[in-house]
Design a protein around this ligand. Sequence first.
Ligand code: ARG
Length: 563
Amino acid sequence: MESLKTIWSTVVQEAVAENVTLDDVYQLIETPKQAGHGDLAFPCFILAKQQRKAPTVIASELAERLHHPWIKRVVAVGGYVNVLFHRNIIANQVLKQILDNGSTYGSNSSGNNANVPIDFSSPNIAKPFSMGHLRSTVIGQSIARLAEKNGYMPIRINYIGDWGTQFGKLIAAYTLWHTEYDTKADPIRALFQMYVRFHKEAKHTPELEDAGRQWFVKLEAGDADALALWRWFRELSLESFNHLYQRLNVSFDLVRGEAYYNDKMKPIVNELKSKGLLEESQGASVVRLDGEVPPCLIQKKDGASLYATRDLAAAFDRHTSYEPTRMLYVVGQEQALHFVQVKEVLKKMGASWADQVEHVSFGLLLSGGKKMSTRKGHVVMLEDVLDEAKNRALASIQARTPHLFEMEKVAEKVAVGALIFHDLKHYRQNDVEFSLEQMLTFEGETGPYLQYTFARAKTLLEKGGWSEADQHTITEIDEEAWPIVKALEEWPAKIKQAWQQTDPSLIARHLLSLAKAFNTFYSQVRIIDDSANKATRLTIVWTVATVLEDGLKLLGIQAPEKM
Ligand code: ARG
């Protein structure tokens, strides 16, 4: 079925044919602010300008000429043409599609199975998993699911930060001070404390920096002691990351750190040289870039490679391995310049695919208006945050449903769902104020609210004896159910849009509209009574549950059947 918006655009475009394309019309279509005014509206202001007539005149002329079997009424209001669809016809179409397709409703195959490497999460070893990495993880995994839903093959890559001068510093710090710390009980914390101390003391003791640099040179040269320590840091960190990923229900197709590209950088540097792109600048090697973009640092004075060098190698590797159509990097806004530089260098190297590189950037997680930071020793441990969220969820559930089966498991799903939804309901570029209290309320615009709505729908279906296996015909649609049908109808278009714009918040917000429409319906209509409409009402409940569950899954959130 074509979307109502497409149908309405087509009807309008056919009537005004001359100067406007279907796409132009589609872009203009609005939803009337007052529901009573109709389902969709076409504003006539641009046409009016073109034809030098009053918008109201255009609107009334146009209204006379618009017909379609699914359209019940067309009315001109002000400079707008408003349309009202036949509720029963549309509801039949929409509900039947969901009945036929179940959770694949809204999927499309526009991706033709093309590969899309998605670089996300990518925390740094020997450091706590930061709140920034949490955002990347949550946004990245949702975008990967959106890719699938649109017929692409996501390749989920965890590009662990496991190489770079900081490991020289860490080895220096470790060799100096490790006996003073308890590296057994909580090794990551101990390592991080040494790292923080290193930075503090290096301010007064510049020799420390030299020692750090030397250790990194050794590490890059393959020194056995340096490598052994590095491997140990890496294993410890991966173990603790994996524990988090399990809780967050996140998985990767590739866990590939920066170190993986160590032997892949030389060819890049050579190519840069042979193409005459590498210049010397104060002993270091850089690629000069056009316009305002500062030069990209490729090699330090001492020959050490850099973050950008590794990203260049990784980009070439991804390009040749997967022949993708889009290459996504879900990384915070503060790295915008880095990605501009990498892309510009790729272009200078003649990589025709450089424009496929997309930095999917996002804002900060704030606490009390300030960045939630792991620097300067002020560490917010994600594991602690999750535990606290779970305890709060458990308390709320206990108060609401004291005898709930498998309460602990449900509480974990609610806590994780709350955390994820709180992030994804905001447009990713915006900063997000982190509030456990807010994200865990069952009544606001929260994950638990959606999970609870899903569970309510499931309970209704059970009580009403609705079964998927039965034959379902749709009779009269209650007026109160129309906003639900409309939200369901818009679902496939939202899925496309959210993928194109790599914007999971479109999904999150749409689920909120659907849930609100459903809860209003629930409060206004007795769903389970002995009227002839009971079966149709329950079918609506089932379609809501199906889309809610699938939508939550697209966000990476599990929906318990009972809570
Ligand atoms: N590890 C980096 C950081 O924590 C993020 C890596 C992002 N991915 C990339 N290909 N550069 O800042």
